[in-house]
Design a protein around this ligand. Structure first.
Ligand SMILES: Nc1ncnc2c1ncn2[C@@H]1O[C@H](COP(=O)(O)OP(=O)(O)OP(=O)(O)O)[C@@H](O)[C@H]1O
Ligand SMILES: [Mg+2]
Length: 345
C-alpha cells in the first residue's frame, strides 16, 4: 500500500459461543465505514458458559474466518465480558488521573468481590471537569485469568490484541453511534446471545448498570429439540421462522418472561431511587432479536417500546465491500463486533 490514501482500519473480533464475528471498519474518511463483515458458527460446546473448552477448535474457526474475510491485518480489538468482569461507577476523592492510577487498586479493593491481586484494573474519570471534592469514576476489574486466556486464544489464532475492550462498552459505543436517541432518559440495551444476555442500563447516555443473565437462544433450541423432537437444524429453522410448528409461542413467551424478569430486576433499584421515571425504552440486539416473534413478545411482556438495533443505521457499508447477502439479515448480531471495530486505530 502506498503512502497516499493509506487506510486506517480497525478490526473487531467477537468470539461468541454461537458465532464468531469479524468486522473491519475504515476510519480514514469523514466517517467510519464498514469494509468487511464475516461470520462463522462455532461448533457446539466449544465455548460453554463463557469458558473456552476447546481452544484449538476456536482458534481454527477464527483463522478460517480471517482467511474467508480477506482481512490482512493481524491486530484486532476484542472484548471480555461475563461474571468475571465487573464494571462499577464509584465515587472517590477528586484527584488527577495520574494520582488516581496510584490509588485505584486500593479503592477497588472495597468494590470488587475478587481477590484484588488476581485482577486487572482500568478506570475512567466520568466528570473530569467537575469541581466537587468527590469525583465519579467508572471502574473496570477483570480476573487476570480471563484476560490471559483471551490473549492466549489470540496467539493461537496468529493474532494480536490491539485493545481488550469490555463487551458492554462495545455494545454501548455501537448503540450510541447508531441510535443517538438512546442517550436520553433511562433505557436498557439488551443483547440476547446464544448463551448469555447482557443488560446495560443507561441514564442520559451514562452506563449505570450492567448485568448478565444466564439465558440465550441455545436454551430455546434445546427445549425445541427435547420437547418437540426436532433436530438442531430444524429447531434453528423454526426459530428463524423458516419452518413452523404449533405452539412456538409458548417457547418464545417463556424466553420473553425470563429476559424481562432479568431486566426488571436489574432496573429495580434504580426505579426505587427515581420515583416516577421508569424504563423508557428497550433496545434489543444479539441473535435473540432475530428469533421469530421474540421482540414482540418482549414488548408485550414489558409494556415498553422495543427497538431492534441496526448497527448499520448510521455506519454505512463501503460500496465496494464484498458482502455476503445475509449481512443485513443478521445485523442485530453484529452490534458488538461493530462497536469493537469503531475504536479508531
Ligand atoms: N436468523 C436467525 N433467526 C433466529 N435466530 C437466529 C438467527 N440467527 C442466529 N440466531 C440465533 O442467535 C444465536 C447467535 O446469537 P449471537 O451471535 O448474538 O450469540 P453469541 O454472541 O454467539 O453468543 P454469546 O454472546 O451468548 O456467547 C444463534 O445461536 C441462534 O440461536
Ligand atoms: Mg455475543
Amino acid at each position: 500500500m502506498g503512502l497516499f490514501g493509506r487506510k486506517k482500519s480497525s478490526v473487531g473480533l467477537d468470539i461468541g459461543s454461537g458465532f464468531v464475528k469479524l468486522i473491519e471498519v475504515d476510519h480514514s474518511g469523514d466517517q467510519p465505514e464498514v469494509t468487511r463483515v464475516a461470520i462463522r458458527p462455532l461448533m457446539a460446546d466449544a465455548i460453554v458458559e463463557g469458558e473456552v473448552m476447546d481452544p484449538g477448535l476456536v482458534a481454527d474457526t477464527i483463522r478460517g474466518l480471517l482467511e474467508d474475510s480477506g482481512i490482512d491485518g493481524r491486530a484486532v480489538v476484542t472484548a471480555i465480558g461475563g461474571h468475571d468482569v465487573i464494571v462499577k461507577k464509584i465515587s472517590m476523592d477528586r484527584m488527577t488521573e495520574e494520582d488516581a492510577r496510584e490509588v485505584i487498586r486500593w479503592e477497588a479493593e472495597q468494590h470488587v468481590p475478587f481477590d484484588i491481586q488476581s485482577v486487572e484494573l482500568d478506570f475512567q474519570i466520568l466528570d473530569p471537569q467537575g469541581t466537587g471534592s468527590e469525583m465519579s469514576v467508572l471502574l473496570v476489574a477483570a480476573k487476570r485469568d480471563l484476560v490471559e486466556s483471551k490473549l492466549s486464544l489470540l496467539r493461537d489464532s496468529e493474532l494480536e490484541a490491539r485493545v481488550i475492550d469490555v463487551d458492554s462498552f462495545a455494545l454501548h459505543n455501537a448503540l450510541e453511534r447508531n441510535h443517538p436517541e438512546a442517550m436520553k432518559g433511562i433505557v436498557a440495551l439488551v443483547n440476547v446471545g446464544h448463551e448469555m444476555t447482557n443488560v446495560n442500563i443507561l441514564e442520559e447516555g451514562v452506563p449505570i448498570l450492567t448485568r448478565d443473565i444466564a439465558f440465550g437462544t441455545r436454551r430455546l433450541r434445546e427445549d425445541l429439540q427435547r420437547e418437540q423432537g426436532l433436530a438442531a437444524e430444524e429447531a434453528d429453522a423454526v426459530l428463524a421462522g423458516r419452518q413452523s410448528i404449533d405452539g412456538l409461542d409458548r417457547y418464545v413467551d417463556g424466553a420473553a418472561d425470563e429476559v424481562s424478569v432479568g431486566v426488571e430486576r436489574a432496573a429495580a433499584f434504580l426505579m426505587a431511587q427515581q420515583a416516577g421515571e421508569g424504563l423508557g425504552r428497550v433496545f434489543l440486539s444479539g441473535g435473540g432479536a432475530l428469533v421469530n416473534g421474540f421482540p414482540e413478545a418482549l414488548a408485550e411482556r414489558m409494556g415498553v417500546e422495543i427497538t431492534v438495533v441496526n448497527p448499520f443505521e448510521r455506519v454505512p457499508m463501503s460500496v465496494d465491500a464484498p458482502f455476503e447477502v445475509d449481512v443485513l439479515e443478521t445485523a442485530p448480531m453484529l452490534l458488538l463486533p461493530l462497536g469493537l471495530a469503531l475504536r479508531s486505530p
